[in-house]
Design a protein around this ligand. Structure first.
Ligand code: NAD
Length: 242
């Protein structure tokens, strides 16, 4: 299944980078945005809740949705795909993981060299001052407010229509420019600017490997495509390096 040319490229790589999306956490029980939501949230389109305008219109709805997702993330466990990437980080001479995920599962699997492009759902910040807030209290039925300025608090994630943190974009671009191999795992490659990173890597001479059970916007351009779930393919790839 994994061709020899790819194994040799990974063994010889000085710098391995990986770009991950919601699909790598699917096997941990966290739904991708494109999967149907269940229960309470079935009637909402998550892409319409994850915007500044949704928060301005109905902060309580957006706060509650993130509180629900935060609980699900806290109850989830990293899966074999997250652990395999952490193992690859330990083996590679140089490594960088670029994630679009906000769930922190890479870190919980032991990943250390990583950049979070879209923030982290575990953190909360003031919606006006952008400062991180460690503790908050909310009167029943209300969105908690910043103790300093009184603005509503919000999750420290990047919403659709918002800019990504500059330092994160710079670190991701540096990694794709310098890497020899870029693994692209569990992303539809449709959300920009992350979706532009594989082409950037190829222009800089890297081999791009897609790991995904489904065809994506990247599939035709990828140098290698490994069709399958991250939790099966990534451990097999790491084992093949022995
Ligand atoms: P996406 O929902 O657009 O695409 C998910 C991709 O994962 C699809 O291509 C699908 O085929 C693939 N996939 C499904 N199961 C897989 C598996 N077991 N192994 C490998 N691939 C699998 O996700 P995206 O490209 O990350 O973009 C959506 C946006 O939503 C991102 O900005 C992301 O931050 C956010 N999001 C994050 C989380 C999370 O942190 N866990 C969850 C939902 C959405």
């Amino acid at each position: 299944m994994i061709d020899t040319e790819l194994i040799i490229a990974l063994r010889n790589a000085r710098f391995i980078a990986a770009l991950t999306g919601a699909g790598i956490s699917a096997e941990s029980g966290l739904a991708t945005f494109r999967d149907a939501q269940t229960g309470l949230w079935a009637r909402f389109d998550p892409r319409e809740l994850a915007t500044p305008s949704a928060f301005a219109r109905n902060p309580k709805l957006v706060w509650d949705w993130y509180a629900w997702r935060r609980e699900r993330v806290a109850a989830a466990q990293p899966n074999a795909g997250h652990f395999a990437l952490a193992e690859l980080e330990r083996r590679a001479s140089d490594f960088m993981l670029i994630t679009q995920n906000v769930d922190g599962l890479h870190q919980r699997a032991g990943g250390r060299k990583l950049v979070e492009l879209h923030g982290n759902i575990g953190r909360v910040k003031c919606s006006r001052e952008d400062t991180l807030v460690e503790r908050w209290e909310a009167p029943a039925g209300e969105v908690p407010r910043c103790a300093h300025c009184g603005a509503p608090l919000r999750p420290d994630v990047v919403w659709f229509e918002e800019m990504l943190p500059e330092h994160a974009v710079a670190a991701a671009e540096d990694a794709v420019r310098r890497c020899d191999v870029l693994l692209v795992v569990g992303t539809s490659a449709e959300v920009y600017p992350a979706a532009a990173l594989p082409a950037h890597a190829q222009r800089s001479g890297a081999i791009v490997v897609e790991i995904n059970p489904n065809t994506t916007a990247l599939s035709a351009a990828a140098d290698h495509v490994l069709r399958g779930a991250a939790g099966a393919v990534l451990p097999a790839l790491v084992a093949a390096l022995d």
